[in-house]
Design a binder for this molecule. Structure first.
Ligand code: MF3
Ligand code: CO
Length: 306
């Protein structure tokens, strides 16, 4: 197995700097993602936030990728390319982006994603942890309360919950496969609550991250057989569950990036970069290191000081 890059505390602090820039990009995108804006305009918002943060884009030019953010609308699972599309009220949209900072002659990367439903109120991590759910809005929501919209909200909520459950599982788990086990448990419970089964995408996974955006190991989101690498202090992972409303079969558009569900059902995607440390875990792309999101699991994150 190729070796996994273990970071020193100082290097994790550098990754935190990249993570804070990613959090700033997210905040800017959340504010700008309103009905009628084009996804190309949102890429410009992302690029400006990266520049203002004194960082660099790790997405732009990655294997020729043409933007600083992936914006994936409705049936697009991942890697949607910004363009002329104007967001419509009720679209479910994921924003996946990252940044790197240079320290001691190396690149230190952050990578995170979130999904929204355009026109609906943002639920912050503390409110989400306290049990607030977009699926509860029903008729009062900005968009209609058609069953399809309720399912869409449930999909976004369960994907977000599966991310936090997976991050929390890294605090007590022994191996990387703790992530997939946690996601499966959340999905199994949601299946009972919702009366429909969210699908867990298998072809795209989380990953190690550090001096490059994508490193060993793969971090799968489903329950897998066999042994995965042991969690060790200094490991940093990008955990990124992608869930869908139907079948997990996907196709890639002729642009060779845009990944869609074959059955046209919705997709949602949430991601954070998390460090495994001697004294616990630290969510580097969350402004509060994940304190609010992890609280329901009894996990208090490590505050990494620069
Ligand atoms: N964050 C994405 C991932 O980890 C990376 C997208 S690569 C890009 O899968 F080229 F699309 F930017
Ligand atoms: Co990633």
């Amino acid at each position: 197995m190729p070796r996994i890059e273990l970071k020193t505390r100082r290097q994790v602090a550098w990754m935190r700097e990249a993570g804070l820039v990613v959090a700033q990009i997210h905040r800017a995108l959340r504010e700008a993602a309103v009905e009628g804006v084009t996804t190309r305009e949102l890429d410009a918002v992302s690029a400006e936030a990266i520049r203002a943060g004194g960082a660099h884009s790790n997405f732009l030019n990655y294997y020729g990728y043409p933007a600083t953010v992936c914006i994936s609308v409705n049936d697009v699972v991942v890697h949607g390319i910004p363009g002329d599309y104007r967001l419509q009220a009720g679209d479910i949209v994921s924003f996946d982006c990252g940044a790197w900072v240079e320290r001691s002659g190396l690149q230190w990367h952050g990578d995170a994603a979130f999904s929204i439903i355009v026109g609906e109120p943002w639920i912050d991590d503390a409110a989400f942890a306290a049990g607030e759910r977009s699926a509860d809005y029903g008729d009062d929501a900005a968009s209609s309360s058609l069953p399809a919209m309720v399912k869409r909200r449930q999909l976004n909520d369960v994907t977000r919950e599966s991310l936090w459950a997976a991050l929390a599982a890294l605090a007590s788990g022994r191996r990387v496969f703790a992530v997939g086990d946690a996601v499966e448990n959340v999905v199994a419970e949601a299946t009972v609550t919702f009366g429909w089964e969210p699908g867990i995408i298998e072809e795209y996974t989380g990953h190690g991250i550090g001096t490059a955006m994508h490193q060993e190991p793969d971090v799968v989101n489903f329950r897998a057989r066999g042994l995965s690498p042991k969690l060790r202090p200094g490991m940093v992972l990008a955990v990124e569950p992608m869930l869908v409303g139907g079948s997990i079969v996907t196709d890639t558009d002729a642009d060779e990036w845009t990944v869609r569900t074959r059955d046209g059902q919705d997709a949602a995607h949430w991601e954070h970069t998390v460090a495994i440390l001697e004294d616990g875990i630290s969510v580097l792309t969350a402004p509060d290191f994940g304190a609010a999101g992890l609280a329901p699991y009894g996990v208090t994150p490590v505050v990494v000081e620069g």
